[in-house]
Design a protein around this ligand. Structure first.
Ligand code: NAG
Ligand code: NAG
Ligand code: NAG
Ligand code: CU
Length: 187
């Protein structure tokens, strides 16, 4: 009985780990869900520190008829323009797949909910691999590096190797094996 339970727990953790290496399913606001927050910066706080990538999903949990989710332009987001919005999900919960990189803006179109902080903006990156930030150079200026300053020290951390996920699989396989072996000892 106890061993079977352990196997189930390990299976659950393993599937979670393997799943999170592909795409992340975000519950907007976590346990708060999608509603008028008590703190108007609640959803920007929720989004900060999260790295959204293409393929991830956003789940907005709300009661149908009490809130909605409108995908809006930046200017409509900035001004809390709730009128004339056409891209609105009225049924809760709503799951939105982040299909392209860029910044996305979501508001609730019910009365004053947007101005009271029921508003979310996220930036979606292309992939989870860190890209080299390229500083925009003024037009017409050749991209020359100043020779006066010394080159940066080559102490950048190594890029994540593709073997990271396979070593995870190997570790999990080992865990499964040892559990199976200890299981057989009981029989
Ligand atoms: C998001 O990405 C930044 C920069 O690549 C990194 O420092 C940070 O730890 C990442 N955060 C999460 C939650 O993965
Ligand atoms: C509000 O948003 C709608 C849809 O984007 C737009 O047609 C309308 O002009 C906007 N109104 C104002 C005052 O910006
Ligand atoms: C409508 O909203 C969805 C979800 O955010 C988005 O993927 C789609 O691009 C939007 N469509 C338009 C026409 O803006
Ligand atoms: Cu609302």
């Amino acid at each position: 009985m106890g061993s079977k339970l352990i196997v189930f727990v390990v299976l659950g953790v393993a599937s979670l780990l393997l799943h999170s290496s592909k795409a992340t399913d975000y519950e907007v606001g976590d346990s708060t869900g999608w509603k008028v927050p008590s703190d108007s910066s609640f959803y920007s706080t929720w989004a900060s520190g999260k790295n959204f990538t293409v393929g991830d999903t956003l789940k907005f949990t709300f009661t149908t008829g009490v809130h909605d989710v409108a995908t809006v332009s930046k200017s409509d987001y900035d001004s809390c323009n709730i009128t004339g919005q056409s891209n609105v999900s009225k049924n809760g919960p709503t799951t939105i797949t982040l299909s392209a990189p860029g910044t996305l803006y979501y508001i609730c179109t019910f009365s004053d909910h947007c101005s009271r902080g029921q508003i979310l903006s996220i930036t979606v990156d292309t992939s989870s691999t860190p890209s080299t930030p390229s500083a925009p150079s003024p037009p017409g200026t050749p991209p020359t590096t100043p020779s006066s300053s010394p080159p940066p020290p080559p102490s950048s951390p190594p890029p994540p190797s593709p073997s990271a996920s396979s070593s995870l699989v190997a570790t999990l396989a080992l865990v499964f094996m040892s559990i199976a072996i200890s299981f057989m000892h009981y029989l």
